[in-house]
Design a protein around this ligand. Sequence first.
Ligand SMILES: Cc1cc2nc3c(=O)[nH]c(=O)nc-3n(C[C@H](O)[C@H](O)[C@H](O)COP(=O)(O)O)c2cc1C
Length: 179
Amino acid sequence: MKIMVILAHPNRRDSRANHILTTEISQESNIWIRDLYQEYPTWIIDVEKEQRLLLEYDRIVFQFPFYWYSCPPLLKKWFDDVFTFGWAFGPSGENLKGKEFLIATTTGGTENQYRSGGYNWFSISELLKPIQTTIMRCNGTFLPAFVTYNANKGSTEYLQKEAVRYKKHIYESREILIR
Ligand SMILES: Cc1cc2nc3c(=O)[nH]c(=O)nc-3n(C[C@H](O)[C@H](O)[C@H](O)COP(=O)(O)O)c2cc1C
């Protein structure tokens, strides 16, 4: 299985959690990690290239720090630009049919704070619904997300354990993830 990880971190230099997660998977021969903010400093996305790459990979992972209950803005722009009418959805827009998509995010909040009725009112699954709906509109398969909570206060040892769990999650078969 060919896996493409699209990392969207606006401030990668100061990243601890996402840095540890990407380091864990960086030596994997069938995982290609890309850094969206590094690749597109002017935010002008090469749509043709992105669409070509999407066709080449079986599983696409969007990795990002959770910002204001959502993804960082360049990734939102990436969806807006790349998932075009007639290519990703609409008539003859069947290019993403069956392709697997997976969100991997890190949050400052704890798992306890992301429960219905809790401190943040909603769970991460609920808050990811706009992205899930986007993927499903484009006939993609939306796999259960990977979440590392408490990313700022968690110890390095905790984050390293999370990174091991992340690698396992990325490789896990669809059947196991959704059972
Ligand atoms: C602009 C901004 C918005 C953020 N919004 C949230 C949020 O909505 N929920 C949350 O749990 N953490 C939020 N955080 C905390 C980040 O998710 C956290 O710092 C990040 O996941 C840590 O990963 P890193 O070490 O790779 O940067 C926010 C941080 C910033 C800078």
